[in-house]
Design a protein around this ligand. Structure first.
Ligand code: FES
Length: 370
């Protein structure tokens, strides 16, 4: 006797969480509603690019004008598509050669060249947008993606009309040099890395080989103010931002304004006001690879020394982030404690306190899986 065969219903959507998720499931669901960069635009060319976001393995490729971000999983037999090859219009899976193109649709099955392609033979794709030299995506948008064009006119595909990509000050202004630094990998939680970017009391201890003054550790008072997506802080100090050893000096009494803007959960921008109207704008866009791994992307815009070779901008920026690395990777607990009883604050920590308050307001609790 053979029992009747009951076909299982098709899987309509991907599992709620990546199978090896390192995040607390409730926190993952909140974090997955936000947009993060996953690759440099310039590195996504003909061949598939691998990335990982919130433990989800992704493949990124170009299909003509479109950049596709999809789960790195062939719907045929589960081979990673990042093992395959691309031609600028499609990528071919390394196992049986199925081709996938725009919107993740299968366009060719070499074993059956004239057969109809099953509708379900499609990659699970995520909305994408290119901005600041980066490919951004969102794993669980609040609203289903539509085919409406990006309201800002930037290249992108399937963008919900109310998409919120963090704003990068000065990026679109004439007279600014735009540089998108190579990503920087940190073996630490994204919140720790972002907090380090917002911290103003560490310059005299961590950054003395690059720009800071070991004899100027005092932190003037400052007050973060809430914004639509986080908070902002204007921090005035006499710590110069000129590279050490450059011989450059600010006019006597010059106070440097550092304008911080935190866009929760993991992006922040800093605009440093130099003498004579100089502006340096840095975005710290921390992409949470997993709970313990972060890929930080840093677009930079500046209106001085605009013919500086890009490599020199990369190199100086990298030195500063390398100085932070040793601390950020060693901090404990590994998550960012949102329980105010765990740490002790000093007045210089007002941004860090505002950051924790903002993350709590998003509904986040402790980030890491139990
Ligand atoms: Fe990808 Fe078969 S597993 S084509």
């Amino acid at each position: 006797h053979t029992p009747a065969f009951t076909p299982t219903p098709p899987v309509a959507s991907p599992p709620a969480l990546p199978s090896d998720c390192t995040f607390d499931p409730a926190d993952w669901a909140i974090l997955a509603r936000h947009w993060y960069p996953v690759a440099l635009s310039r590195e996504v060319r003909d061949q598939p690019v691998a990335a990982r976001l919130l433990d989800e393995r992704l493949v990124i490729y170009r299909a003509g004008e479109e950049v596709v971000v999809a789960r790195d999983l062939c719907p045929h037999r589960g081979a990673p598509l990042t093992l395959g090859r691309g031609d600028g219009e499609t990528i071919a899976c390394a196992y049986h050669g199925l081709h996938f193109g725009a919107a993740g649709a299968c366009v060719a099955i070499p074993a059956h060249p004239s057969a109809k392609i099953p509708a379900r033979m499609t990659l699970t794709t995520f909305p994408t947008i290119e901005r600041y030299g980066l490919v951004w995506t969102c794993l669980r948008p609040d609203r289903p993606a539509t085919a409406s064009p990006d309201p800002t006119g930037q290249p992108g595909t399937n963008i919900p009309s109310d998409v919120v990509i963090p704003r990068m000050p000065h990026w679109d202004e004439p007279g600014f040099q735009r540089v998108t630094c190579p990503p920087f990998d940190v073996a630490a939680f994204a919140g720790r890395q972002v907090e380090g970017f917002l911290d103003v009391a560490h310059f005299a201890f961590v950054h003395t080989d690059t720009f800071a003054d070991p004899d100027n550790a005092e932190v003037p008072d400052y007050t973060p103010t809430p914004t639509e997506y986080g908070f902002a802080a204007d921090y005035w100090s006499t710590v110069a931002n000129y590279p050490r050893g450059s011989g450059l000096e600010a006019p006597p009494g010059f106070r440097w304004l550092r304008h911080f803007d935190a866009h929760l959960p993991f992006t922040a921008t800093l605009v440093v006001h130099f003498p004579e109207g100089g502006r340096l704008s840095i975005m710290n866009a921390a992409s949470p690879v997993s709970a313990r791994q972060t890929r930080m992307f840093a677009p930079i815009a500046k209106n001085f020394a605009t013919d500086q070779p890009e490599q020199a901008v990369y190199d100086f920026n990298l030195r500063i982030f390398e100085e932070d690395r040793a601390i950020v990777e060693a901090q404990r607990p590994e998550n960012l404690p949102l329980d105010p009883r765990i740490e002790v604050n000093i007045p210089a920590d007002r941004s860090s306190v505002a950051y924790r308050r903002g993350l709590r307001a998003l509904g986040l609790s402790h980030f890491f899986t139990a």
